[in-house]
Design a binder for this molecule. Sequence first.
Ligand code: F6P
Length: 569
Amino acid sequence: MTWYQPINEGNLMSQPVDPTTTPAWARLTALYESLEPDLRGWFADDPSRAKSFTFTAGDLYVDLSKNLINADILSAFADLADQVGLVERRDAMYAGEHINVTEDRAVLHTALRAPEGSSLIVDGTDVIPEVHKVLAKVYAFADKVRSGEWVGVTGKPITTVVNIGIGGSDLGPVMVYEALQPYVKPGFTARFISNIDPTDVAEKTKDLDPETTLFIVASKTFTTLETLTNARLARSWLLDNLRESGAIEAGEDAANAAVAKHFVAVSTALDKVAAFGIDPENAFGFWDWVGGRYSVDSAIGTSVAVAIGPANFADFLAGFHAIDRHFAETDLASNVPALMGLLNVWYVNFFKAGSHAVLPYAQLLHRFPAYLQQLTMESNGKSVRYDGSPVTTETGEVFWGEPGTNGQHAFYQLIHQGTQMIPCDFIAIANPPHPLVDGDNDVHELFLANFFAQTAALAFGKTADEVRAEGTSEAIVPARVFPGNRPTTSIMAPELSPRVVGELIALYEHITFTEGVVWGIDSFDQWGVELGKQLALQVTPAVGGDEDALAKQDPSTQSLITYYRSQRR
Ligand code: F6P
């Protein structure tokens, strides 16, 4: 059973299409030049505007009507998608073609959430049974930890799992764990150590009981400096504390027995896991065709599976799959990820918007913008295309955000009245996990009223005449005018269930993919993170006092290191 279009060998374009040379781009340029943004007028003239530009994808209800678009622009989006080969690239991705050309890899996060019984042959192997084999192992482990069958070295059940990982091996798990708090087993907690700042490991372990703590070392490559350093620090913390309390004896055998009960790993490099001292029996694998920032739905999500349980994790995966199906099967005219990706291109390339805010009106999504920063910016922050040639347009806007209403009291001023256009995605849910009341007020309704009000204020603004009509003195009228026509997309869902969280992630994965296809870039490599890592290794001896290494640094770096050494106690 397959849900994707098999593609013909050779169909894959070896060269990206320059979007700026397409007829659709010329049409969009003309549409942009003649556009007179007027959301007030557009809604007044067309009472069905909200309906015409609202779409559904899975459980997501997505209102695009407060964007600077009209039917002509949407039809030009569809032409652009067609002319840059979005459908072909999408089908190539789903079919396991090596569209990550700079790493010569397939890109198959969609296979991670494909239902059991489906099939996908990649490089000669059907990967779906492999995916479900690992999932079964993760679920069995999660059940053992949750039921108390998995005990620590002193026989106590585990009450805290600590995920040690960074980038995609951290941001996804921590975001989802936070988002799905109401689904976490009572009495059970997860923590996440990522930063190589020793404060992170120290603060996150300082009140833990080593006898009831289990570490999950999550690293695709199992070479990442931060993660391996933190894993060693955690191992020392575990053994030192167990020895100090007399829970284990001194000596290597006792240490190995403790590590076996308190450390598991998730990686594509199981040999390196063994070299670290973790029994490969206690390791969960995945594959090089899963990018780090696309991996929370692989075994990298083990901490989440333990916290929320296998049934909820399966619902989470089903949510991803629902959006994968939507992206694969829905006509471009109502394909939500494709439309949202094309909208982003519209704002970045035509309106020169350099950033995009994502504003969850759901406190539990407070880490969603941070998660999206890696997904979007590590994917599309590129200056060359997948054939090595320079890009022909701006790429990779800055994604950022904070949950509403906190953001309202911080940076919304700039979004409402600043000089830059910042397209915003608002995300809200109908049913809160904690439906509290304040007197006669349903507090969730007060909260959502803010969401609705903000998108209306951004779209429709407030004219000088309206400000004057409130009796404002003329001198401060300009300061109180809201220009409006500031574009927003509103995404709503019935509740923040595991399924909906999966849907939201998959939505943004495919938005990111769509933008990358238009720009002709390889959205799945991340060479831009390498230079800093290499230099850090070269600089480390200088920081430690090696004068020769210090002499090789540039003058600014030398002076910073010298300052550090003069201050360090
Ligand atoms: O920041 C670069 C990066 O390679 C990310 O893409 C990845 O998510 C992160 O490092 C962690 O890598 P790993 O899972 O191999 O430790």
